[in-house]
Ligand binder design. Structure first.
Ligand code: AMP
Length: 375
């Protein structure tokens, strides 16, 4: 029996779960918030990890290994790795690519290695699963020298989730993952699509950063890159203002005024024209990627919905799939709408690619990856 302590460390928060890997049982879970702020849960990450250890009490002694979520592994990390001083330096070296996330992840790693020094620590990267993309998929068509000097290419994110969900889809279909072509739609607050061939990611919608691709809760997704230059020139927006605009005031929030998809679907159902128009843009972008990835994959066994929106909104799943009948994609209204939680098929039996819902569980995926490495 192996117990993994999973840590997801943000700039001002630490999320944690103690997971029994064999049974997939969450022994305990918690969250520390507003680190470093007045009235916050702890003064810094190391203090935070000591608070967590206190909360764990006797359970702390049962921890066999610690698994850390790390957002950006650059081109250096293609799979989960045992944390060493070299690995810490390697994560630091790619921090420029994720200035908000990697330093926060590292603060958590450093704190946890100090406080839980007797057990192995493993880093699991959001980008790693997509390192299998071929060069033609990850290359941006800009000056090669500039791109190489600054690490500018597509990396992709949500990799831990895409891989977990692809395995779940194979289990559900009762077929080996290495025989399947899948399009996984991770539709949460952040959202991305992955084209998965034989268990390997061959393309994904997020890029150098998690801003590219789909219309998200507050992020724009794809744009003409000249929009930035244009807004700088005609509206005088600074680099920081553009960053804030595209990351926090765009997407569904920017289009509809609502940041939560439940509010948007409610508003649209009540006749709100802006909400309806925002959902139309959202679904159009997803269909755009389904078409593109179908062409890249050259065949399709299943489209798989996951994450907050993908798992919980029959109406939005139907909105995406209902116009794809010409590709053989259909949802069965009864199967789509029935209240269910686990992995399930929502397309009618018969010909054509299946449509699935497979709940994601990034913490369990990190726990399993950690156990596989140290076990
Ligand atoms: P995640 O980032 O995966 O936690 O997903 C969060 C998003 O899922 C939020 O925008 C929620 O509004 C959305 N969500 C959760 N349940 C539903 C639902 N029943 N209908 C529409 N959106 C939902």
């Amino acid at each position: 029996m192996m117990r993994v302590f999973v840590v997801n460390s943000g700039s001002s928060s630490i999320k944690y779960q103690l997971i029994d890997v064999d049974s997939a049982e969450v022994v305990l879970a918690g969250l520390l918030e507003r680190l470093g702020e007045d009235g916050g849960d702890a003064a810094d990450h190391e203090h935070g990890m000591r608070v967590v250890l206190d909360r764990l009490g006797d359970e702390a002694a049962s921890i066999d290994a610690v698994g850390h979520r790390v957002v950006h592994g650059g081109s250096a990390f293609t799979e989960p790795v045992l944390v060493s001083d070299d690995v810490v330096a390697g994560i630091e070296a790619v921090s420029e690519l994720a200035p908000l996330h990697n330093p926060a992840n590292l603060a958590g790693i450093r704190a946890a290695r100090t406080v839980l020094h007797a057990v192995p620590h493993v880093a699991v990267f959001d980008t790693a699963f997509h390192q299998s993309m071929p060069a033609e998929a990850y290359t941006y068509a800009i000056d090669r020298a500039v791109a190489e000097r600054h690490g500018v290419r597509k990396y992709g994110f949500h990799g831990t989730s895409h891989e977990f969900v692809a395995r779940g889809a194979a289990d559900l279909l009762g077929r080996p993952l290495d025989e399947l072509t899948l399009i996984v739609l991770h539709l949460g607050n952040g959202a991305s699509v992955a084209a998965i061939d034989s268990g390997r990611s061959i393309d994904t919608s997020m890029g150098l950063t998690p801003l590219q691709g789909l219309v998200m809760g507050t992020r724009s997704g794809d744009l003409d890159p000249a929009v930035l230059v244009h807004l700088h020139r005609v509206a005088g927006l600074s680099v920081d203002e553009l960053d804030t605009l595209l990351n926090t005031r765009s997407g569904i929030l920017g289009l509809t005024g609502h940041g939560d998809m439940r509010d948007v679907t409610d508003a649209a159902a009540g006749g709100d024209a802006l909400a309806e128009a925002g959902l139309a843009v959202w679904a159009h972008r997803i269909r755009h990627y389904i078409g593109a990835y179908l062409a890249q994959l050259g065949g399709l066994d299943a489209v798989v919905f996951t994450a907050g929106v993908g798992e919980n909104s029959p109406a939005l799943r139907a909105r995406v799939i209902d116009r794809l009948g010409h590709l053989g994609l259909h949802v069965d209204p009864f199967l789509n709408e029935r209240a269910a939680r686990g992995p399930r098929i929502i397309s009618p039996a018969g010909e054509g690619p299946a449509v699935l819902v497979v709940p994601t569980n990034e913490e369990l995926a990190i726990a399993r990856a950690t156990a596989a490495l140290v076990g």
